[in-house]
Ligand binder design. Structure first.
Ligand code: ADP
Ligand code: MG
Length: 260
């Protein structure tokens, strides 16, 4: 028997969005649909990239997956458990790092660890800072870090309470292009070490092809799942390779076909 199961076979332990819909209040008491009938499987240990144009509902979906918005149709499950409200099972990273400027890097990472002993807290913080290659900066302050470093601390903080799922909403889109490439590799290295189920929202097609085991393409608003692509390319992926270009091309076609 093959000891390494395909991500799809482990789907039951991962996260699932079932028939998720979301409406926001609009003008004149009307409701405006932001998401409709989203059915998505996020297999355990895999990276799923969710791509779509601006305003198609990506952040709305991420907030629902994170339990930050319970006012929606459908359900979110993690393994056999139906989720409701935020929990430490999910770590979230946003486009801005949201670090507290008056706290050291170590204290920022330790924020959600108040139940741990001081010694255990220190061990966890140092392990997570090591993971993002910033242990040497543990006693510095956010203002002393570059944008890319601050985002790595935000990832360390999201991982500090050992969540089962890491959710990232366009985490690299405010960074310069070289730093963005470095952070993409950092995320792959984290996934290899922690084997964590990861959902990455991005509007960057190349980023999705570089990182995703699977890529879910959302339609324009209201967001629906247009297609889910399993990317069979082995990691690390060569951005300049022909097979990489072929996947990227098929994704571009998805967007060009449906451009108004
Ligand atoms: P994306 O992240 O893909 O750019 P969002 O999820 O932020 O899209 O938004 C999807 C749609 O829902 C957009 O049209 C946006 O204007 C609308 N929207 C988002 N948040 C709210 C809100 N709090 N109230 C009303 N409309 C909202
Ligand atoms: Mg967004």
């Amino acid at each position: 028997m093959n000891a390494i199961s395909h991500p799809m076979q482990r789907a039951n332990k991962g996260m699932q969005a079932r028939n998720v819909s979301k409406q926001y209040p609009g003008a004149h008491g009307q409701r405006v649909a932001a998401l409709e009938n989203i059915d998505l499987v996020f297999p355990e240990g895999s990276i799923t990239c969710v791509v779509g144009t601006s305003g198609c509902g990506k952040s709305t979906l991420l907030r629902i997956l994170a339990g930050l918005d319970d006012d929606h149709g459908g359900s979110i499950t993690l393994g056999t458990q139906t989720l409701s409200g935020p929990s430490l099972q999910r770590g979230v990273v946003f486009q801005d790092h949201r670090l507290l400027p008056w706290m050291t890097i170590a204290d920022n990472v330790a924020l959600a660890l108040h139940r741990e002993t001081a010694q255990r807290r220190r061990e966890i913080v140092d392990q997570k800072l090591e993971l993002v290659d910033l242990l040497a900066f543990r006693d510095t302050y956010p203002s002393q870090l570059s944008g890319g470093m601050a985002q790595r601390v935000a990832i360390a903080r999201a991982l500090a309470h050992e969540p089962r799922v890491l959710l990232l909403d366009e985490p690299f889109s405010a960074l310069d292009s070289i730093t963005r490439l470095q952070l993409q590799d950092a995320l792959l290295s984290i996934r290899d070490k922690e084997r964590i189920t990861t959902v990455l929202i991005t509007h960057d097609i190349e980023e999705a092809v570089y990182l995703g085991d699977r890529i879910a393409v959302l339609s324009n608003r209201p967001g629906t799942v247009r297609i889910v692509i399993d990317v069979e390319l082995p990691y690390p992926r060569a951005r300049t390779g022909a097979s990489f270009a072929a996947v990227r091309q098929s994704l571009y076609e998805q967007f060009l076909q449906h451009a108004a």
